[in-house]
Design a protein around this ligand. Structure first.
Ligand code: FMN
Length: 157
């Protein structure tokens, strides 16, 4: 089965997760595309599609939202996995439900809520200010849920 992973990543955490997925699912049959660089990739030729992004200020990347809306019918004809990187443990499920349309969530064979990382050294001045206000803490830290990532790989393999 050929798998295509479509993703966007602001500071590299989602990209890091995508690398883990590619290796876990099998690099010979798994391709990844950054939607930042290729806005409208061709889905034909792939029977499995995985889509992943990250939450900033309560929202997933708007390009991922748009892609899901514009390709809804085609995505419903594929084996689908959806995942999300985020930091707010309490709001994670809500952020996931808001990030992907219900129809796609219902259709997905795997839904990954992977947590995330705060990488202060990669933030600009405004991002540091926002994080200081919201999280009341400015240390870099990782809250990636490796068990959830591995469970997702088992299903999508
Ligand atoms: C400016 C900023 C705003 C953020 N806003 C949220 C948020 O509203 N909710 C949340 O759960 N995580 C939030 N995060 C945490 C990111 O989702 C987390 O850092 C994630 O790992 C980023 O992945 P990426 O580097 O692939 O974009 C925010 C992070 C930054 C830097």
């Amino acid at each position: 089965m050929n798998t295509l992973i479509l993703y966007m990543s602001h500071h590299g955490t989602t990209r890091k997760v995508v690398d883990m997925l590619v290796h876990g699912i099998g690099s010979a049959k798994t391709h990844s595309i950054d939607l930042e660089k290729h806005e409208d990739p061709e889905l034909a030729g792939f029977d499995t599609i995985i889509i992943g992004g990250s939450i900033h200020m309560g929202q997933i990347q708007s390009r991922i939202k748009r892609f899901c809306e514009q390709h809804r019918q085609e995505l419903l004809s594929k084996r689908l996995g959806l995942f999300l990187c985020f930091m707010n443990q309490e709001l994670g499920q809500q952020e996931f439900d808001n990030a992907y349309p219900q129809e796609l969530r219902n259709h997905a064979v795997a839904q990954g809520l992977f947590g995330g990382e705060l990488l202060v050294e990669k933030m600009n001045f405004i991002e540091k200010f926002i994080i200081r206000m919201v999280a009341k803490e400015t240390r870099s830290r990782s809250q990636l849920n490796y068990d959830a990532i591995n469970r997702f790989i088992q299903v999508m393999r």
